[in-house]
Design a protein around this ligand. Structure first.
Ligand code: CO
Length: 149
């Protein structure tokens, strides 16, 4: 996994000298063993918008082992999870119009992927931001830090 991520970083670095867009594109996998492929998402300050791709590389249906990716302040994570749990799978385990949620993908079943575009204006380098899967019970393992530098 780490090898793969390092490879991607090198590729992004190379592309950025020729085409700017690539460095604001981020990809992360949700794996069959209920984990994200990285514990850290690094977003460059120069990115006003990010294209984030989540891929569920497992093979179970989303009702059984679906995964999404939600970004909020770390301080808001538990409240976002509680409200997301109440909202249910039909709402992708995210409360509707939740101001604390900076970005989120739909819950994906095995083999599915989704790309979302979001603005970075709610991020900063002073506070701690988290990403996590809001499928009930997953966030204790499926979480990481979003860095904006
Ligand atoms: Co999950």
């Amino acid at each position: 996994m780490i090898k793969k991520l390092l490879g991607a970083t090198v590729v992004f670095g190379f592309i950025s000298s020729a085409a700017y867009a690539g460095e604001c594109d981020i990809s992360i996998d949700a794996t069959a063993n209920m984990a994200f492929s990285s514990k850290e998402i690094d977003i460059k300050k120069t990115c006003k918008e990010v294209n984030l791709t989540l891929k569920n590389t497992g093979n179970m249906p989303k009702a059984a082992m679906g995964h999404n990716l939600v970004i909020s302040k770390k301080a808001d994570m538990q409240a976002v999870l509680a409200d997301g749990n109440a909202a249910g799978l039909a709402k992708n385990f995210v409360k509707e119009n939740d101001d604390r949620v900076i970005a989120y993908t739909a819950v994906l079943g095995g083999g599915e992927s989704a790309t979302i575009k979001f603005k970075t204006d709610k991020l900063n380098s002073k506070e701690t931001f988290a990403f996590f899967c809001s499928f009930p019970g997953h966030a204790a393992i499926m979480n990481g830090v979003v860095k904006f530098n």
